[in-house]
Design a binder for this molecule. Structure first.
Ligand code: SF4
Ligand code: SF4
Length: 754
């Protein structure tokens, strides 16, 4: 709790629109002794030494900086006291417009509505500091040993790179040999400059770099039995041929790779039905054994035919079920397909880039092996060659034995001992039937996490990553912002278990995952969060005396950070925690808090806003709880670009919409706010929530809030949740104005002034 606060106004950033001296005077008057120092600084960033001197001379334990957004220049203010920011620049002065929508005229000083808004924000800032404490971090041992699960290219690279930095490595491979899928790929597409020619994978050298490294312990024919503990001090039990072995590790790299999509999905294209139709993986093995005798080979990258058959089967079954509810099974062609099959078949599309490069590699290799006696036809719908591998593609275009064309492959059938590939909409400007000896189909690369619990967590939430079906089996926690990071802190995915990728990309990925694993161990040993709130020393503290063991926190924590005892009392694992606050949003007893972010603090900020009684004359008041990851920066960007929004809103950043406790909405409504807007990341299939499901959980809680409001005779539409991505800053002012218009139509909150 800050008890002696210094408040500093930054003229450079707010002087053009706000009367900083007037704000300073109001602050002194309102807060009395709590605010020991109030200064208006010409350039705040140049006053750091002055602030430090005040801290020391006046014994300040809190510093409130009123100027630019907390997202700007934070590093300048490393001060020996708690620091909070009041965003008077981006989300106040720069984004201000008059209540009638006209642009302000600052020649006569700050418009009154703007001055009132600024005063509210400063008061909210003071109370925020007053209710904040310096977190006591929980440092743990931070074992400098990394467990790598999987001995393919990604696993081998991760092990070598981690060992090169001085970390010990335990590498676990379930088969009897290292190398993974690369064992069947002695010659790869280009792995480095000039990116035009095949390259030797040099697998033996990679394997011996691992097996000869004293820092790496390799366990073949070994699987994970359990992983317990938390980042920095995990305990893994592995089942070796000699029996279970326990190892202590600080972090885990998941490099278990992929499995081929079930052949049944490509059956409509002849796989498993016509003897001369095979998968790329099978063809690769045949090529390696020197057994390819076919001279006309079609490498087919268009799988629309198979996808259409599955889709039509599912839709047909749905129609049938609708007209005849008794009809039990879904049947399409020779195979039965259900909705989940449509999700599985999507892996063909996800693997298209790898298959595009892979087909070129196979076509190139077979032409070489047969001195261009083979004619390779590469038929694609979307040739997706990643990055600089475009050079390889260009070279293959010029290769004598390779003929490439865009084509819709509408049928593959047998005729007179040959295969006929029917091609439509080709680049050659005509439809044609291609006579070939062999058809090679792409491989759908399904992450091993899709079906199996590969890590086998000994966590309260179960042995597997949660909700993976929704995300096609990939264990990432946020594709866009946090590659490598799975939904279990301390476990980092690399290579094809993360997404289908070429071999060079697997190597690069492994290096990235190693860096994350190291960052995780170092962060845990300093007692701070690794991501996304890197360096945050706070963690949830539980008041167990008032806990009713309802288990909501343990069930809703997206990262499995909370175990529980037999009665249901939560058992926190601070190093697994990502500090999202979803647990305290869930807790009906409100017994969970962070030292610097808690229910009372945000509730007090809400209550600090001066809500006028006269809705018509002085306007409504709308509270926006804005997620700090996307919504808050989007608002900042909008403000910086001169986009303005209704001046009757007051914005409070929250760590995640998942941390919004219903009591804050009640606080706002009983204070007289006319509406509450929950502004956060997108959720659902195409989720962007940085804490995976915080926005989704918030949406469910909002339904309960709406019911409560309804019972109290308040329109539930007064509380709304809206989605915004960080790059949608242009859209966010309109979202706010639209919501305010709806509130204006509804009139004042019936509880106003009570
Ligand atoms: S803050 Fe988030 S990650 Fe940490 S325990 Fe609570 S819900 Fe789990
Ligand atoms: S949600 Fe709150 S009351 Fe329920 S188990 Fe967790 S801490 Fe206890």
């Amino acid at each position: 709790m800050a008890e002696k606060i210094g408040v500093y106004f930054d003229m450079q950033n707010i002087g053009g629109g706000l009367d900083a001296e007037a704000l300073a005077a109001q602050t002194r008057e309102k807060w009395g002794e709590l605010v020991s120092v109030v200064r208006v600084c010409p350039v705040l960033a140049c006053s750091v030494e002055e602030i430090k001197a005040d801290i020391s001379a006046q014994g300040l334990d809190g510093v409130l900086l009123c100027g630019a957004s907390p997202r700007a220049e934070t590093d300048v203010y490393r001060l020996p006291a708690q620091v909070e920011f009041v965003n008077l620049r981006e989300q106040c002065a720069l984004s201000y417009k008059n209540p009638d929508g006209s642009l302000p005229d600052f020649s006569g000083g700050a418009p009154e509505t703007l001055a009132i808004m600024a005063r509210d924000y400063v008061n909210m800032g003071v109370v925020k500091l007053q209710k904040s404490q310096v977190p006591d971090s929980v440092a743990i041992s931070g074992i400098r040993r990394i467990l790598v699960i999987g001995g393919g290219i990604a696993g081998l690279t991760a092990a070598t790179e981690a060992a090169a930095t001085g970390y010990e490595v335990v590498l676990v491979e379930k088969s009897g040999q290292l190398g993974g899928a690369a064992v069947n790929i002695p010659v790869s597409s280009p792995l480095g400059p000039h990116w035009t020619d095949k390259q030797s994978v040099d697998l033996n050298a990679k394997i011996s770099a691992v097996t000869s490294n004293a820092k790496i312990a390799v366990h073949l024919n070994t699987q994970m039995e359990t992983l317990s503990g938390q980042p920095g001090e995990f305990k893994a039990t592995i089942s070796t041929p000699q029996g279970p072995v326990g190892v202590d590790v600080g972090a885990v790299i998941l490099a278990t790779g992929w499995k081929a999509l079930d052949d049944k999905y490509l059956a409509p294209m002849g796989l498993g039905k016509l003897s001369q139709v095979m998968s790329a993986a099978e063809f690769g093995k045949m090529l390696l054994a020197g057994n390819v005798s076919a001279r006309r080979i079609a490498f087919v990258l268009d799988t629309t035919l198979a996808e259409d058959v599955a889709r039509e089967a599912v839709e047909g079954a749905a129609d049938e079920a609708a007209s005849e509810p008794e009809t039990p099974a879904t049947e399409g062609g020779a195979e039965k397909f259900v909705k989940e099959d449509l999700e599985s078949i999507r892996h063909l599309a996800y693997s298209n880039a790898v298959n595009s490069v892979g087909m070129l590699r196979l076509a190139n290799s077979v032409c070489e092996q047969t001195n261009d006696a083979t004619q390779a036809f590469v038929l694609y719908k979307n040739m997706t060659v990643p990055g600089i591998l475009e050079r390889f593609y260009k070279k293959m275009q010029d290769r004598l034995g390779i003929m490439m064309t865009k084509a819709d492959v509408t049928a593959i059938r047998e005729a007179g001992g040959h295969l006929v590939v029917e091609c439509k909409n080709t680049l050659l400007g005509m439809d044609f039937d291609l006579d070939v000896d062999l058809v090679v189909l792409p491989t759908g690369m399904v992450p091993t996490t899709a079906k199996d619990a590969v890590v086998r967590f000994d966590y309260r939430q179960g042995p597997d990553f949660p909700d993976l079906r929704l995300f096609d089996g990939f264990a990432d926690s946020n594709y866009i912002c946090f590659p490598y990071e799975t939904r279990r802190t301390g476990v980092y995915a690399a290579g094809c278990v993360r997404q289908p990728m070429t071999m060079d990309a697997c190597e690069e990925d492994a290096r990235g995952a190693v860096l994350k694993a190291m960052q995780c161990i170092e962060s845990a040993s300093h007692g701070v969060a690794v991501h996304p709130r890197s360096g945050d020393a706070s963690y949830p503290v539980f008041n167990f005396v008032r806990c009713t063991q309802c288990k909501r926190c343990t069930e809703e924590c997206p990262f499995g950070a909370l175990d529980d005892d037999e009665k249901g009392t939560p058992k926190p694992n601070p190093a697994r925690c990502r500090r999202c606050g979803t647990c305290f949003g869930a807790c009906p007893e409100r017994v969970i808090s962070f030292a610097n972010y808690n229910i009372d603090q945000i509730g007090s900020m809400i209550r600090e806003v001066a809500v006028p009684k006269d809705f018509k004359k002085e306007g409504p008041r709308i509270l926006i709880l804005a997620c700090e990851n996307d919504a808050y920066p989007a608002l900042d960007m909008a403000g910086l670009r001169g986009r303005a929004w209704n001046p009757f809103v007051r914005i409070i950043p929250v760590r995640c919409l998942g941390s919004v406790n219903a009591i804050w909405v009640s606080d706002a409504m009983s204070k007289g706010f006319d509406g509450v807007m929950l502004l956060g990341c997108k959720y659902g299939d195409d989720y962007q929530c940085h804490f995976v499901k915080g926005s989704e959980i918030c949406a469910k809680r909002k339904e309960n809030i709406a019911e409560t409001l309804n019972r109290l005779g308040v329109q539930p539409e007064r509380v709304d949740q809206l989605e915004v991505a960080i790059d949608e800053y242009d859209k966010v002012p309109d979202l706010i104005d639209g919501f305010v218009d709806r509130i204006m139509d509804m009139g004042p909150n019936p509880f106003k002034g009570m």
